[in-house]
Design a protein around this ligand. Structure first.
Ligand code: ADP
Ligand code: MG
Length: 684
């Protein structure tokens, strides 16, 4: 008997070696593999009799009645088989290598389907190399099938994965956990059918049905987790004594800029919360650069002056450190009699112990850190406010863990993910929502350009000019080091290349995630202090980094990044009063990359997200991954919004009748959720 918890090694033909390859994909148990869904599917195109509308390089199935026999010849040691055919008077030459037997397979005046890539062969002719030959009947069968294509790693073939998954699917019957009437009501397929079809679809339609069911599962589990772990707002009366606002006001009055309307509204909404009857949670949504940090600082100041601790958690050490320095500067500027404490994972044990002691003492202070703030050892004396910055980079679990650190603190989560309000209301349960929809007035819109690799030297000269004007630049590369797998640019070699290019006229720094925390911090400090002119970096600067003097960003291999990520990256420039520029290098072979076209024509996160959705065809099964927060493997909060809505309703209804899922008829749901959490949330 197979058990899902069993190791992949229990599968027939999987030994240590293959299990080792699987482990590279983080696949260890049968469950892992069963939920390792195909990356995409191979569908056969309908046979065609004409080459109109067909571009070079397209995969086609040509229906051809052959009028000549194939010819075999030898070039050196190589057997070559050729066949001259015509498609509507256009000559199409078929070529096969090392396949002399083909000659005997084809009968004159018979019709076959030739499946392969069509290419130009001179101005008037076309050719196909190694086309696969089908009879019409056989091809008709292929047309109906949809083949799974899995994400691979070196040593692991698609066939290997197919075989192993098929062994699991065929000998394991997944038990249904949803009530029958719910399945009927929502027209959902059974769990076990869905799992079979997602891997081995009978037809495209059955694949869509399967996906629908599994997406429903993901959302259903998400809402169950959310609802079952949340403390209801009404549960926690506002016991905080918030009477003073001297320093809060002092900071407000002393700001070097006028707050935007969005910032003002947001502040007053949170202030109303603070004065409310119950402790509340609020989402603050604002596009990159809308000025969320100062909001956090002001609100934290208010809490601190009233005698409480206020903490802000950032997703990266770089960002936490930056916030810490920003806060120190504000404290100095406004002459505030409060302390700021930084807690990150890379502190020594001794340093950490000192921080822990402070947190447990009754000194009101600003606390800034990474997820070290929610580790077990961090215990707080009197948390009044917890803020999760860049919430889209954290999981819901972390947000909740943070809140549970205090005795019911006010909670703010700040996010730049552009989610329509109706969706936010569902996804964030009963949180209140504030939206900062404007950006500071003085800011000039970023100017964008898409260039090909041959024009990169011109971009270097442009960067040079900006630097001479006193500005700074980012260059983003996808990789840390050279890789055998892709030709993408890497930070290490690129840094050397740029140093050579600029000689001593420009100072070039390098930043990536594999450096130690100290190295990273020191590079960021040097960049902020303008000791570095050009920072060559991986996407570690993607979130939150704020160096307003930087005015140019050059993104290498921009075509390899997702739109949401490009938008976040670009948000590193255009943060000050200087005109800023973002240059996207398109290293693809296409004439025009559609996604780069979208991003270079808009700086608006909402618009970009909606265009992203439009660019995705019906065959795009996987989420846009706008957000690590809602880390669904299949579900896409935008595309699958209707499913999201019904799953949320169903969970609410279920829990209203059985809040702890203690009824016998719901035991299977509970069991499923338990399994899922075991597998998914092992990191926290
Ligand atoms: P984000 O919303 O992306 O976190 P930040 O809080 O980092 O943005 O703000 C970006 C920059 O804009 C910072 O340098 C900040 O000081 C500045 N800033 C914030 N609010 C305003 C404002 N109302 N007017 C001008 N500049 C502002
Ligand atoms: Mg920010």
């Amino acid at each position: 008997m197979m058990i899902l918890e069993d190791s992949i090694k229990t599968l027939k033909g999987v030994g240590d070696k293959i299990a080792g390859f699987y482990e590279k994909l983080s696949l260890k148990s049968l469950w892992d593999l069963l939920f390792y869904f195909p990356r995409t599917y191979l569908e056969f195109p309908k046979p065609i009799d004409s080459l109109a509308d067909i571009c070079d390089g397209e995969i086609v199935a040509l229906r051809i009645c052959i009028q000549e026999s194939p010819k075999n010849r030898k070039t050196g040691k190589m057997d070559i088989t050729t066949l001259n055919t015509f498609v509507e008077n256009v000559p199409v030459n078929m070529v096969w290598f090392r396949s002399p037997y083909i000659k005997s397979q084809l009968n004159l005046h018979n019709t076959y389907i030739f499946y392969g890539v069509i290419k130009s062969d001179g101005p008037y002719r076309k050719k196909m190399e190694q086309p696969v030959i089908y009879t019409e009947e056989k091809y008709a069968k292929e047309l109906l099938s949809v083949q799974p294509i899995y994400g691979l790693t070196k040593g692991l073939s698609n066939n290997q994965i197919k075989k192993n998954v098929s062994d699991i699917v065929n000998s394991l019957e997944m038990e249904e956990f949803l009530p029958n009437d719910l399945l009927k009501k929502r027209k959902l397929e059974s769990f076990s059918y869905a799992l079979k079809q997602i891997h081995f679809p009978n037809t495209f339609d059955s694949l869509c049905q399967a996906r629908q069911r599994l997406v429903y599962n993901e959302f259903f589990a998400f809402f169950l987790n959310m609802e079952m772990t949340k403390t209801k707002e009404e549960d926690v009366p506002n016991h905080f004594k918030l009477l003073k606002n001297e320093y809060y006001q002092k900071c407000l009055d002393g700001l070097p800029f006028a707050l935007t309307d969005g910032q003002k509204t947001c502040l007053s909404e949170v202030m109303d919360d603070f004065n409310g009857e119950f402790v509340s949670q609020r989402l603050i949504q604002g596009d990159v650069g809308s000025g969320k940090t100062i909001i956090a600082f002001l609100l934290m100041t208010y809490m601190v002056e009233n005698g409480y601790q206020a903490a802000i958690m950032a997703p990266t050490e770089i960002l936490a450190t930056q916030h810490y320095h920003t806060f120190l500067k504000y404290i100095e500027d406004y002459d505030l009699p409060f302390e700021a404490i930084l807690l990150t994972g890379s502190k020594t044990m001794k340093e950490k112990r000192m921080v822990y002691e402070k947190l447990a003492s009754d000194t009101p202070c600003y606390v800034i850190g990474t997820n070290a703030l929610i580790q077990e050892k961090a215990n707080y004396d009197s948390l009044g406010l917890v803020i999760t910055d860049e919430q889209h980079r954290f999981g819901v679990k972390q947000r909740d863990a943070f809140r549970k650190k205090g005795k019911g603190p006010f909670t703010l989560v700040m996010s730049a993910t552009p989610i329509p309000r109706t969706l936010s209301m569902i996804l964030y349960g009963d949180m209140n929502i504030s939206v900062i929809s404007d950006v500071p007035a003085k800011r000039l819109p970023i100017k964008n350009a898409v260039i090909k690799q041959k024009d990169v030297p011109t971009a270097y000269q442009f960067i040079y000019k900006e630097i001479r004007l006193g500005r700074q630049a980012y260059v983003i590369c996808p990789l840390v080091e050279a890789s055998e797998k892709t030709e993408s640019e890497n930070v290490t070699d690129y840094g050397k290349k740029l140093r050579q290019y600029y000689q001593d006229t420009v100072s070039v720094g390098v930043l990536h995630g594999r450096m130690t925390a100290e190295e990273k911090a020191s590079v960021m400090e040097d960049f902020a202090a303008q000791k570095i002119d050009v920072l060559v970096s991986t996407t570690v600067v993607e979130v939150g980094v704020n160096v307003p003097n930087a005015s140019v960003m050059l993104i290498e291999n921009a075509n390899r990044f997702g739109l949401a990520q490009l938008h976040q990256l670009r948000g590193r420039v255009g943060r000050g009063e200087h005109q800023s520029y973002c240059i996207f290098v398109d290293s693809s072979k296409e004439d025009k990359n559609k996604r780069l076209d979208v991003i270079s024509h808009s700086n608006d996160g909402f618009y970009i997200a909606s265009e992203d959705l439009k660019l995705r065809g019906p065959g795009d099964f996987y989420g846009i991954r706008q957000s690590g927060e809602f880390d669904f493997s299949l579900g896409d909060i935008y595309q699958d919004a209707p499913v999201l809505k019904i799953a949320s309703e169903d969970v609410k209804e279920l829990l209203s009748s059985d809040p702890r899922l203690s009824l016998d008829e719901h035991a299977k749901i509970k069991e499923y959720l338990y399994h899922l959490n075991q597998h998914q949330y092992t990191n926290l």
